[in-house]
Design a protein around this ligand. Structure first.
Ligand code: MG
Length: 204
């Protein structure tokens, strides 16, 4: 069986950096554009490096990796290609029990196969600013073209879980994943007014 794992919020505890996308006080206003979630800060290397593994999902992942003839695991993430090296390191460095198990499995398989074996990562291209579910759907199509036929996905984000299900996968949603709900119903002009008042009150 081919299995998809999301990373942020599914394997990586990203709670410490969620305020960049779900608290408009931390949104970006660069380029004179309306405030928007600060995905750049949310996905910055120094922030992501602080993530801790989510033990329950890592336990499932490690178990699946032990049986490569039964499970082919791929990672489909909304992270950008520029974070590939850091993400690869985060997944494979044996810095704790959970990640250590997976790292050991990949190392053993590498020795057995005589070539480097590690996580297969599908990531967002640098210029792609589409919503996560749209990006991941494209990556799913690419994975299928590469010969993977996923039946199961582990995911935290609500919209992304719905997308996996629309595409026929059984999705284990590991968190509520309703990250933008508190602000998604707020018109952008109200956010602009709020930010304007905040800035002006700060300087008066
Ligand atoms: Mg996620």
């Amino acid at each position: 069986m081919d299995v998809i794992f999301d990373i942020d919020g599914t394997l990586a505890n990203a709670k410490h950096r969620l305020h960049f996308i779900n608290d408009n006080a931390h949104w970006t206003t660069s380029g004179g554009k309306p405030p928007r979630p600060n995905w750049e800060a949310f996905l910055a290397d120094d922030q992501v490096a602080k993530d801790t593994p989510i033990p329950q999902t890592w336990s499932i992942l490690s178990t699946m990796l032990e049986f490569p003839s039964d499970y082919r695991v791929i990672f489909i993430t909304g992270r950008k290609e520029s974070t590939r090296r850091m993400t690869y390191s985060w997944l494979t460095e044996p810095t704790c029990d959970h990640r250590g198990c997976a790292a050991l499995v990949w190392k053993k398989q590498s020795l057995y196969q005589g070539k480097t074996v590690g996580p297969i990562l599908y990531m967002r291209s640098e210029s792609d600013r589409r919503p996560s579910d749209v990006v991941k759907e494209s990556l799913l199509f690419r994975a299928r073209a590469d010969g993977f036929h996923p039946d199961l996905a582990f995911e935290d984000r609500k919209e992304d879980a719905a997308m996996w299900r629309r595409n026929g996968l059984l999705c284990c949603q590991v968190a509520e994943g309703n990250y933008l709900a508190p602000h998604s119903c707020v018109p952008s002009f109200l956010i602009n007014v709020t930010l304007f008042l905040r800035v002006n009150l700060t300087f008066t």
